[in-house]
Design a protein around this ligand. Structure first.
Ligand code: F0G
Length: 482
């Protein structure tokens, strides 16, 4: 995908693919959207897809596959042990990352479970640019501590820094000095830092972190789930890599790491996951756990069809037309919103467009889940399913008090090759309308609150009858239009 200049001088994102299979979607009238979100306990995870117009909840497992991926699925070698499919996938991964051993797992969090099981002990600290929800849950459930050291700029909504996911090198050195290597489980770099707006990490920063970890003898783990987006930004925003070939950047990154893991629901546009290591001793430790938790070593919980699709999808990811898909649409969506004054995370990152609920819902106390309220309001205003990435996505402190998120965001994920430009413009239009009517958005409170990862299944209710008022205003302003 690329931005192409039109006669008007406007730069328009142009798709480098055509669509040959479609799925019908429904746009319910606002009154029915209101009913659907009520039934879902104001939690967009609990909406039924039949009630959703554009599913921008996530880019995980919902990317459009290519004809070559579908074709590859037909040749899957379905055997429990020693399947040809596994060896094909292993060879592609070894080629892309230049690493020796590949261990399959059913998805990204399964890798996090195994890595934590091997490296985390009660009281040990894991240092990272920023946590992902499942990563942190797996570490803390084992008694580990998470320290986040993303640079200060990373937590600012608006910025023009190209790599806001970078780690603060001074803090890394300080923590190593303070804790000592024995008290550190591992250091983790997350590509395309998810919870702070899909922000990339620079090659230079990775290199510095890697040198420090190697000198100190601390394992360095790379979460490559959002590597595709990060690769695009390295080529676009780092002059030194402008002409570098994507595979060579992948190999250079992997050469700095001890463990690379990924969710293939994002990277490679299929479903599954895996861990790559060079060290034989470490490989053998993982090898013991794979059959116990995932499945035999030649499928690790993945279907062989998905593994075939993944092998092709990973190869296709080594192409600027593919890795640009999400970042360019995210940029187009952000630009439309910025034009209408809506505050979003900048520079536009990968993964999705992140709308700032702290500013939009400044009239609500943080205890009333600003991002959760905005997420539900966006669904009411548009039928677009988006995801809360704020305080609801945090876990309470041990004493039960609320742990407020550093950023309160409504995330509009952009799965690869799924939506058209007119759909993106529709999303931007309805959110801009909501922004003009932001004073109508009220707070939420939990009626059912699970202890772990509460954002998945938690149910909430509105404080007051603001959802009805919002729907009423929508009907007044849009007349018969959906
Ligand atoms: N790491 C990162 C950076 C992720 O974004 C995710 C998933 C995972 C690990 C876990 O992978 O889902 O395959 O188990 N992110 C999805 C999202 C769920 O919607 O952002 P998984």
């Amino acid at each position: 995908m690329s931005f192409v200049k039109f006669m008007s001088g406007e730069n328009i994102p142009l798709e480098m693919h055509k669509v040959r299979m479609v799925q019908k979607v429904n746009l319910l009238p606002v009154e029915q959207r209101l009913k659907a979100i009520e039934e879902a306990g104001y939690n967009t995870f609990l909406l039924k897809n039949r009630d959703v117009f554009l599913d921008q909840l996530t880019d995980s497992g919902v990317n459009a596959m290519s004809q070559e991926q579908y074709a590859a699925m037909m040749r899957a070698d379905d055997s429990y042990a020693g399947s040809e499919t596994f060896y094909r996938l292993e060879a592609v991964l070894q080629d892309i990352f230049g690493m020796k051993y590949f261990l399959p797992a059913h998805q990204g969090r399964a890798c996090e479970h195994l890595i934590s099981k091997i490296l985390v002990k009660p009281g040990l600290t894991t240092i990272m640019n920023y946590h992902f929800t499942t990563t942190k849950a797996h570490i803390t459930i084992l008694g580990g501590i998470v320290e986040e050291i993303v640079i200060d700029e990373g937590l600012k909504i608006e910025s023009d820094l190209p790599f806001k996911g970078d780690l603060n090198i001074d803090r890394l050195n300080e923590l190593i000095k303070k804790l000592g290597k024995e008290k550190i489980a591992f250091v983790r770099i997350e590509a395309g830092t998810n919870l702070i707006g899909g922000q990339p990490v620079s090659m230079n920063n990775m290199r510095m972190v890697s040198d420090i970890c190697r000198n100190a003898g601390i394992p360095l783990v790379y979460d490559a789930s959002l590597l595709g987006d990060n690769l695009y930004f390295i080529k676009k925003r780092d002059e030194k890599y402008k002409n570098a070939d994507i595979k060579s950047i992948c190999r250079e990154i992997a050469s700095m790491m001890d463990i690379v893991y990924f969710s293939a629901r994002k990277l490679g546009s299929a479903r599954g996951g895996g861990i790559l290591v060079n060290n034989e001793e470490l490989y053998l430790k993982f090898r013991d756990l794979i059959p116990l938790y995932e499945g035999f070593l030649t499928y690790g919980g993945m279907s062989v069809r998905e593994m075939e699709a993944l092998a092709v999808g990973l190869e296709e990811t080594m192409d600027m037309d593919v890795v640009s898909q999400t970042p360019i649409i995210v940029e187009a969506l952000c630009n439309e919103l910025i034009k209408n004054g809506v505050p979003v995370v900048t520079p536009p990152g990968g993964l999705g467009c992140h709308v700032d609920a702290t500013q939009i819902c400044a009239h609500l106390p943080q205890t009333q889940y600003r991002a959760g309220a905005l997420t539900a309001a966006i669904y009411i205003a548009s039928g677009v399913r988006n995801m809360e990435r704020g305080t609801m996505s945090e876990q309470r402190n041990e004493d039960g008090s609320e742990r407020f998120a550093e950023m309160e965001l409504a995330r509009l994920a952009v799965p690869r090759r799924v939506f058209t430009l007119s759909q993106v413009k529709y999303t931007a239009d309805r959110i801009s309308w909501l922004y003009q009517n932001r004073n109508l958005i009220g707070g939420l409170e939990f009626t059912e609150e699970p202890k772990v990862l509460r954002f998945f299944f938690g149910r909430l209710k509105p404080i007051g009858n603001w959802p009805e008022e919002l729907a009423k205003k929508f009907r007044e302003d849009f007349g018969d239009s959906l």
